[in-house]
Design a protein around this ligand. Structure first.
Ligand code: HEC
Ligand code: HEC
Length: 305
């Protein structure tokens, strides 16, 4: 009994003792011991409940939370918004914490600026990945929008064809077009249309992730998008398309691999936004009705060759 008590005291002291005495190089910056010690205290006050004492995502409030809080010891971030699926820059982490991740337990937190920057440095001590050279990514450059409001409809139409054709977004996300439209989209952008449709193609397809859970890609007519904010919706979509969602099956799209490069990323963003704008309106139900009541698809004779 006494031994158990002593052990308990010893382990809780060990945890208290996670004190930094020297500066540490993290993500290419040298961070002072004071910053890290302050960051640790602020982390325990603000983030521990979900992200856990040790940053492993197993805090007392994390039980049964879906998606689960990030395990910072893994050094993997979904919404960094940088190229090559690397680690986020400080400004990316600030954006994530300030705006929150919609539809998850990660709300937008109002920690004072200075404290937040200290917390961010502290989080980087939790995974050795932050000490590797060139671990931090380069920000996605958001190219100028070639469509703008005047050509919005054209952009949406182009995005719809890419979504169901060239980019095959409907392999994971739901399809939002009839089988005939999907066939035509493939023919227009890939040279041949598919006649082989996945089962339940109007529902998302559950995917494995690196985060210990399977993830259902969003249905844009119904789900909230984690990193996409109402007042910056189009650029946020552009960023997530080019950056991808690291560790969660959502690929990163290099604009150079699309037929019309950046203009096509923008077109996809416009198309996704046209769907999110239908959310909660009768238009969403109408689209479902149209897809549910479409005629049987008869592959054109050319498809058999
Ligand atoms: C109420 C629970 C809760 C609290 C408190 C909380 N978070 Fe989170 N956090 C989450 C959840 C849940 C996720 C995972 C969301 C996902 O996977 O889509 C997350 C994810 C994150 C991510 C990962 C983002 C990415 O791109 O992968 C960061 C960074 C983060 N939180 C920082 C913080 C910081 C800093 C604090 C304290 C100021 C904090 N969180 C407080 C629940 C919480
Ligand atoms: C291989 C599967 C896969 C493909 C292909 C795919 N996605 Fe995703 N996508 C996902 C998953 C999984 C998520 C959810 C990530 C999460 O929340 O953890 C996602 C999330 C998203 C999000 C939401 C980001 C946020 O902030 O919540 C958007 C927007 C998106 N995808 C658009 C697209 C578009 C457009 C395409 C085609 C160009 C596409 N996706 C292709 C799997 C895929």
């Amino acid at each position: 009994m006494r031994l158990a008590l002593l052990l308990l005291v010893a382990t809780s002291c060990a945890r208290e003792e996670r004190i930094f005495k020297e500066p540490v190089k993290l993500g290419g910056q040298t961070v002072s011991a004071d910053t890290l010690n302050n960051g640790r205290v602020a982390y325990l006050q603000n983030c521990r409940a979900c992200h856990g004492d040790n940053g492993d995502g197993k805090g007392p409030a994390a039980l049964a939370m879906r998606p689960p809080p990030r395990n910072f010891t893994q050094g993997s971030f979904k919404f960094a918004g940088v190229l090559d699926q690397k680690l986020p820059r400080d400004e990316d982490l600030v954006r994530i914490v300030r705006q929150g991740l919609h539809g998850t337990g990660m709300l937008g937190w109002e920690v004072p600026d200075q404290k937040l920057l200290e917390i961010i440095q502290y989080i980087k001590t939790l995974s050795p990945k932050w000490q590797e050279d060139d671990a931090v990514g380069v920000a996605v450059t958001i190219a100028p929008d070639p469509w703008k409001e005047a050509k919005r409809e054209e952009a949406v139409a182009r995005g719809k064809v890419l979504y169901h054709g060239f980019a095959q977004c409907l392999g994971c996300h739901p399809g939002y077009a009839t089988k005939q439209e999907i066939y035509d989209a493939g023919k227009a952008t890939l040279g041949s249309g598919t006649t082989d449709f996945r089962d339940h193609m109007y529902l998302p397809e559950i995917k494995d992730s690196e985060y210990g859970v399977k993830i259902l890609p969003p249905d844009f007519l119904f789900n909230e998008l984690r990193s996409v904010n109402r007042d910056t919706e189009l650029p946020d979509l552009y960023r997530i398309l080019v950056a991808g969602v690291t560790g969660a099956a959502m690929p990163a799209w290099n604009p150079m691999t699309l037929p019309n490069k950046e203009a096509d990323i923008w077109a996809l963003a416009y198309y996704v936004r046209s769907l999110t704008l239908l959310k909660g309106t009768p238009g969403a139900e109408e689209l479902h009705q149209k897809l549910a009541s479409q005629n049987d698809f008869v592959p054109p004779p050319e498809a058999a060759q």
